[in-house]
Ligand binder design. Sequence first.
Ligand SMILES: [Mn+2]
Length: 267
Amino acid sequence: MDPHVYNTLILSDLHLGAETSRAREATRVLKDNRFERLILLGDIFADLNFARLTKDHWKFLGYIRKLSNPKRKIEVVWVEGNHDHGLTNIMSHLVGVRVYQEYEWQYNGLRHVAIHGHQFDGFQVSNLRLSTVGTSLYLFLQKLDFKSKPIVRLIDRLNTNWLRMSSKVSSGALQYARQHTADRVFCGHTHEALHVRQDGIDYYNSGGWVDSRLTYITIDEQGVVIHEYQDRAEDAVVNQDQAEIELPDFADEPEIFEHAQYDKVAD
Ligand SMILES: [Mn+2]
C-alpha cells in the first residue's frame, strides 16, 4: 500500500450498470491510495436502472459511502455527468455525497476546476437522449469481439467520432478555464486520458473505467499525474458476480448506516 497522501484523486466514467464497468478495479484504486479529496467526475452511473448494478457495482457505492463518513475527513465530491443527470438527489441520500455541476478549489496557489466535459460537446447537449443511446451502443459493441468486417468498420467509425469529441472537449475546457481564470481544468466524458498544456493552462482528462485502459488522476505538491491501473493477478482470475436480486451488499453493514444525519448533504 502506498502511504503517500494525495491532495486529490479523480476518477470518472465508471458507468455502473454497464457490463463493461470495471467497478472492482476502481474500488481497488480507492482502497490502495490515500487522499484528502476524492472527485467522482461524472458518469459514475450508466443510467438510472439500478437493477443492472452487480455486486461489485454496489460494493463501489458502499465504499464511497464509507469514505464520505466525516470521521475520515475526506472531502468526497460528485460532479454530475450527462449519464448521472437526474441522480443528484438519489445519490446525496444513498451515498451521502454532495453533488455539483462543477467544482472549484484552490491548491498550491493554483485555481482548479473540475467539470464533466459534456458541456463542451455540442452534440451531447443538444441531443442528450440520442447520444445516450449512442454511448450505450458504443459500449455494447466494444465489449463484443467481432470478426465481421462491417461491424469492425462501424466500431472504427465510432472510435473516430470519439477521438474528435476528445479534442472538442479539450479545447472547450481550456477556453472555459481561461474565462474562469483557472490554472488547471479537469474533465472526463471522452474516456480518453489526456494532458494538454496551452497558454499556461493545463487540461487533464481522467479517462474512464469501461475500456481496456483504466485511468485516474492524482494531485499533490509534485503536480498532476495520470495513472494507469495495473491489473493484479488475483483480481484477473475472479469473475464478476452478475446482478442478483438482493439487498445491496453494504446494507448489511450497520456501520455505514449509523451516520443517518449525514444522509442529506445536497441542497
Ligand atoms: Mn459523459
